[in-house]
Write a protein that binds this ligand. Sequence first.
Ligand SMILES: C[S@@+](CC[C@H](N)C(=O)[O-])C[C@H]1O[C@@H](n2cnc3c(N)ncnc32)[C@H](O)[C@@H]1O
Length: 267
Amino acid sequence: MASQHEDDDEDDIDPIKMLLQNKLEIDNRLPTEHDAEETQRHYIRSIDSTVVIRQLPFEGLSFQLWPAATTLVTLLDNHRVDPTNIALSRTLSTVSKGLDHPKINILELGSGTGLVGIAAASILGANVTVTDLPHVISNLEFNIEANADILTLQGGSVRAKPLRWGEAEDVEKIGRDYDLIMASDVVYHQHLFEPLIETLRLLLGGEERMVFVMAHLKRWKKESAFFKRAKKLFQVETIHVDNPREGSRTGVVVYRFAAKQQKLTIC
Ligand SMILES: C[S@@+](CC[C@H](N)C(=O)[O-])C[C@H]1O[C@@H](n2cnc3c(N)ncnc32)[C@H](O)[C@@H]1O
């Protein structure tokens, strides 16, 4: 049983505070209840373009940008500037080398506002499927449309589809024809750990070439249960660690998940 001390510790890092910190960096002001929607502009230097994202803060957390998303976008941007210089590049080059089609097919889980997927499609010239709960899809479609010109210019494409974690029928509908799976800040509520693991198992299981890149900002000790379970099922490697932001004890960590290597049976 968790001690009182541990419970107190769990509260030290407040996700809402994290969100506000992230928003402050961009907006330089606190949101007010009058903010019906917010438009954020993310300059991506490798393609000299600005991705525009609509947030609907009062619709809930699925409609806001979480801190780990910007880490993934920065890493993708840095990769395009200098692919020899960052850890993510090793994963991306391995994925690209194994392709028998011209563009990388990427699946993003729990896309929220869609920044990561739209940026990945633009930076890598990839075909990206952004996914989330059904009620989040219309905002994702809005954001894809808002960036249509950049996507066309960079030879990327993005489509939005519902994909509920833990629902095998959603995975069947969306298919497994992807080279890379990505997500940011998807490990937060304990009741979602197992459904997310199940979706990953359905997507990565048996597909030795498929990898999952996940950016994560640790907030609670209970999250270790997710990683403990994940390590039983997949090979999990840390590929990047951000410095903590001001006021935080931890920085965003980027993990690479892959199917466990099959053991060779020697007869
Ligand atoms: C913390 S937000 C992160 C959003 C975005 N990836 C980002 O970093 O800005 C978690 C996302 O997971 C989605 N999500 C939560 N439960 C889900 C489920 N059962 N199936 C699919 N997506 C889910 C939420 O709707 C939300 O968009």
